[in-house]
Design a protein around this ligand. Structure first.
Ligand SMILES: *Cc1c(COP(=O)(O)O)cnc(C)c1O
Length: 323
């Protein structure tokens, strides 16, 4: 048994919402008549692909860095990430005048590495199949007095990510079901805090890549399952395990964890592009892929879907769609 941890609550999400409000986009909630007609349900898409730096991760990163004291601000932040959290930390650090060091995998999409450097982040590359990114991050933190802000297992990150659903419920009212992508669970656990506070009856689903269903195994078995880095086009959800903070919240507040295949994600990318003129990265499609699969159960319901991000190289986007 690991030590009990202090879990963030909905009050932390509300505090995060106030902190990020002057800097984050209040992203639109979009509808599509043709998608509603096909689904036989009312679908409300919360478009975090239109967030600053292209994903919800700006919310958690900015919230966490906003809470640094003067000493932490001067020394700087370090993180490890497959991409979007890296950009989120780099941009937030620049806005707050904090130096940022980012540990990124050798095979991270070129656009994500370039964007991180573009925001002023100092990028350190590692081999995702051979080295332990968390250890590299911890070593850098210790050596240079940096504060480590991990991509999901951190109370301030979770509280920031919870503002996505807070805004969604403020805008559309109660929903019957809500689908959100799942990697390490920062987005899902934050979403759970807002959902249980604002729409307690809403069914809440996390959706992860079928090739990496550690979250589903953990949820169903009751303890955190670790897996090798899964091979999937959903690069934002290639996490190996849920966190010590995200897991207990997910276990307590989420109704189920579902999965989607890479082929389903490509279909959804095409669907978003054709029907809604939206560019969505593969990971950003997870929620919609599962909602489409549950068509029969969702007839006549009000359904929320979080589109978590839109950062995909255009060349990769078109090659995925032409296969
Ligand atoms: C990070 C990320 C996820 C997964 O978020 P977690 O908090 O790790 O569960 C989903 N979609 C996108 C676009 C991401 O960048």
């Amino acid at each position: 048994m690991s030590d009990p941890v202090d879990l963030p609550g909905y009050a932390d999400v509300e505090a995060a919402a106030a902190r990020i409000a002057p800097h984050a986009q209040r992203t639109p909630v979009l509808r599509s008549r043709s998608i509603d007609a096909l689904a036989g349900a009312e679908l409300h898409f919360k478009c975090e692909n239109l967030q600053r730096m292209g994903a919800f991760k700006f919310r958690g990163a900015f919230n966490a860095l906003s809470k640094f004291d003067d000493t932490q601000r001067r020394a700087g932040v370090v993180t490890f990430s497959s991409g979007n959290h890296a950009q989120a930390i780099a941009l937030s650090a620049r806005l707050l005048g904090i130096p940022a060091t980012i540990v990124m995998p050798h095979d991270a999409p070129a656009a994500k590495v370039a964007a991180t450097r573009g925001y002023g982040g100092n990028v350190v590359i590692y081999d995702r199949y051979k080295e332990d990114r968390e250890q590299i991050g911890r070593d850098l933190a210790e050596k240079h007095g940096l504060t480590l802000i991990p991509p999901y297992d951190h109370a301030d990150v979770i509280a920031g990510q919870g503002t996505v659903a807070l805004e969604l419920f403020e805008e559309v009212g109660k929903l019957d079901a809500l689908f959100t992508p799942l990697g390490g669970g920062g987005l899902l656990s934050g979403t759970a805090l807002s959902t249980r506070a604002l729409a307690p009856e809403c069914r809440l689903y996390g959706v992860e890549p079928e090739a990496g269903n550690d979250g589903q195994c953990s949820f169903r078995s009751g303890s955190i399952v670790h897996i090798d880095t899964p091979k999937t086009i959903a690069d934002g959800a290639q996490t190996q395990h849920l966190g010590n903070i995200t897991f207990p919240i997910i276990r307590r507040d989420v109704d189920d964890i579902l999965t989607a295949t890479d082929a389903q994600l490509v279909e959804c990318m095409r669907f978003f592009a054709e029907r809604m003129k939206l560019i969505v990265e593969p990971t950003g499609c997870l929620g919609f892929a599962a909602a489409r699969d549950m068509k029969a159960e969702l007839q006549g319901k009000r359904v929320g879907v979080v589109i978590s991000g839109g950062n995909v190289d255009i060349a990769r986007f078109s090659s995925l769609l032409s296969t």
